[in-house]
Every structure is written in structure tokens, then in C-alpha cells.
Design a protein around this ligand. Structure first.
Ligand code: NAI
Length: 335
């Protein structure tokens, strides 16, 4: 059966890692067809808008997209297109696995295998109600958390635990200080957890969670948390397993899903062939799971692990002297 997916090549290192990823997917002969669509800076230059209707239509039609990172200007300029895509398609679950792989610069070569499940559509991160007073002295932001939003993300985390044979869900919050927003999230999480007696559940305040992650990451299995905390925690977890080059992420909704790397456009190395394609490739593996092809996802992950074990053509972030495409080609030969 042919699956058509929407492909967004993105900017910065985006096109390089996407070419590498598609090279590997092509070598797998999965019968995947690609519909290329533009978003962000590239779309603005080509079509005069950041999120063209054709891109929205393509994702709506195919229901699955593989996306490279998109630039968001810091402090000023347009709002994040990544956030916009998540909002428009109601991609409420951001699922970010962090796993130790061989021959990486991880401080924990064996001990990390956890998933951050991050609420993706509400909270401080979406930047609702941002304003700056005329005198430039006071900045405001609205932070909204809902029972519905909290319930569906916590339920997603517990269902994921059951589906994947994981044993424990850690609810991460700041309800001691943010008594309304984080308080509601925690209250709902406790209610949902009570419906899953087969899955162990514990609670951690976010600052303690960060310390525990760095000291004893092996105690974590699945973390479920709100949007901004999840954003920060998942980069921390990427650091635990050897860097952003190895951290994928899925944005899952009821009607669509977008698969990507956790990292951004890496302007410091863009165009130099130095970018590690593994994060996007591991995102593609999540996509294959989602498309109902778990054996192909396993095949792809195994080829990545075998290439890391052989230290064959690795990119500089992993201590190698290969480049983005040579790494991808080495993976493709091990499929
Ligand atoms: P970044 O993730 O692009 O880079 C952080 C550091 O990690 C840099 O030193 C970079 O060289 C390195 N790095 C990232 N990906 C790598 C890879 N595949 N291989 C080797 N090294 C890699 O974060 P930064 O610099 O804070 O953000 C740059 C831009 O990316 C910003 O405009 C930001 O908004 C955007 N961004 C987009 C995301 C998305 O599209 N989902 C996610 C995160 C940031």
C-alpha cells in the first residue's frame, strides 16, 4: 500500500537532514510517496506567506507529515510556525523519546530510556495574550490550562505506557507555586492516574525533576508534563543521551501527526554537511510506528544502532569525521 506523506524541508540544516532521511527511507523501499510543501521562511520567500493554504491542505489530506526544523526569530518578528502547526491541527501530544545509543558522548551510556510526553497546545509556551506596555516597562502573558487539555495528555501518557509495556509515569508540575494552572494539571493527572492501577505513578516538582534527571536518569520511564516544562525537559534529556542530534519528536493529534527532530535549524552549522541526521531519522521511525509499520521502524532503528556501533561515517557531534549524507549512506547499507 502506498502511503503519501507531506514533507517540509525547513531551513538552516533542515534541507540537509531531510535529504539524508529521504535517502534512507527510499533505500527501505516502503512504498512511501512524498508531497513536498513549504512552511516558515522558505514559504515566505516563495509564496509571500508563512503557512500557505497548500501546505495546510497537504497535511490535512495526508494526515502525516515529516518536517525539518523551522526558524523562529528571537524576541521579535513572526510567531513560531511550529506552534502554529500544532495549534491548527490540534497536535496535543508531543512525544519525545530519549535513549542511550552506543558510541555517543552520553554521560550515561547504558542508563537512559525514557519518553517525555509534553502537552502541546496550551500553557505559557503558546504565547497567548502577549503584550508590552507602551513605556516598555511591563510585559504580560496569559497562561491557560484546561481540564480537557490536561486530561487528554495524561491519558495519552498512561495509554502509551500500557501500549509499550512501560511501567511508570512521572507527573511533572510546579503546583506549589503555580497553584491555578499547574495545580489543575496535577489534580486532573491524579484523577486519571487512579484509572490506571497497573501503571506506577509518582509526582515531581519540575526543578527537582531536572536535578533527578541529571543525577539518576534511570529512575524515569515516562514523564508527562505541561508545554513549557516539556520543552525544556526534553532538551535536557537530549543532552543526557549525547546531544540534540539523537533526539526525535512526534506531534500527535486525532486527525494528523507531524514527525520531526527535537532540535532547531542549527544556523551555526547550516550548509556545512556537519548536521547529524539521526534525530530526524528517529522521527521517521516514530512515523513508521504511527503508520502501522512497527517492524520497519525497528529495522530503521537497528540500522542506526549498527552504524553507531561500527562508528562508520559519523558526524562531528558524535566524534566522527563523516558528513550528513555519508552517515545516512552508511545507515542505508545496514538496513
Ligand atoms: P538548535 O537546536 O538549532 O541548536 C542548538 C545546538 O545544537 C547548536 O549548537 C547546533 O549546532 C546543535 N545541533 C542542533 N541540531 C543538530 C544536529 N542535527 N547535528 C549536530 N548538531 C546539532 O537551537 P537554537 O540555536 O536555539 O535554535 C535555532 C533556530 O531553530 C531558532 O530559530 C529556533 O526557534 C528554531 N527551532 C526550531 C525547532 C523546530 O522547528 N521544531 C525546534 C527548536 C528550535
Amino acid at each position: 500500500m502506498t502511503n503519501t506523506i507531506t514533507v517540509i524541508r525547513g531551513d538552516g540544516i533542515g534541507p540537509e537532514i531531510m535529504d539524508a532521511t529521504l535517502h534512507v527511507l527510499d533505500a527501505m523501499q516502503l512504498g512511501l510517496a512524498y508531497e513536498f510543501a513549504d512552511a516558515g521562511l522558505v514559504a515566505l520567500e516563495k509564496h509571500g506567506e508563512l503557512l500557505p493554504a497548500a501546505t495546510m491542505d497537504s497535511i490535512r489530506r495526508n494526515r502525516v507529515a515529516l518536517k525539518s526544523p523551522l526558524t523562529t526569530p528571537v524576541g521579535e518578528g513572526f510567531s513560531s510556525i511550529n506552534v502554529e502547526l500544532r495549534k491548527r491541527f490540534d497536535l496535543y501530544a508531543n512525544v519525545r523519546p530519549a535513549r542511550s545509543y552506543p558510541n555517543t558522548k552520553s554521560r550515561f551510556p547504558d542508563g537512559v530510556d525514557l519518553i517525555t510526553v509534553r502537552e502541546n497546545t496550551e500553557g505559557a509556551y503558546i504565547g497567548e495574550g502577549q503584550s508590552l506596555s507602551e513605556d516598555g516597562e511591563t510585559a504580560l502573558l496569559t497562561q491557560k490550562v484546561t481540564r480537557r487539555g490536561s486530561e487528554r495528555i495524561v491519558r495519552y501518557a498512561f495509554d502509551l505506557a500500557r501500549r509499550t509495556g512501560r511501567k511508570k509515569v512521572t507527573v511533572v508540575h510546579k503546583a506549589n507555586i503555580l497553584k491555578s494552572t499547574s495545580g489543575l494539571f496535577l489534580k486532573v493527572a491524579r484523577e486519571v492516574a487512579a484509572q490506571y492501577p497497573d501503571i506506577q505513578c509518582n509526582e515531581l516538582i519540575v526543578d527537582n525533576c531536572c536535578m533527578q534527571l541529571v543525577m539518576r536518569p534511570e529512575q524515569f520511564d515516562i514523564i508527562v508534563t505541561t508545554n513549557l516544562f516539556g520543552d525544556i525537559i526534553s532538551d535536557l534529556c537530549a543532552g543526557l543521551v549525547g546531544g540534540l542530534g539523537l533526539a526525535p519528536g512526534a506531534n500527535i493529534g486525532t486527525d494528523a501527526a507531524i514527525f520531526e527532530a527535537v532540535h532547531g535549524t542549527a544556523p551555526d552549522i547550516a550548509g556545512q554537511g556537519k548536521a547529524d541526521p539521526c534525530a530526524l531519522l528517529l522521527g521517521a521511525a516514530q512515523m513508521l510506528d504511527h503508520l502501522g509499520q512497527p517492524e520497519q521502524a525497528t529495522r530503521l532503528r537497528a540500522a542506526i544502532v549498527a552504524t553507531l556501533e561500527a562508528k562508520d561515517s559519523l558526524t562531528p557531534d558524535l566524534g566522527g569525521s563523516g558528513n550528513t549524507m555519508s552517515f545516512a549512506k552508511a545507515i542505508a547499507t545496514r538496513l
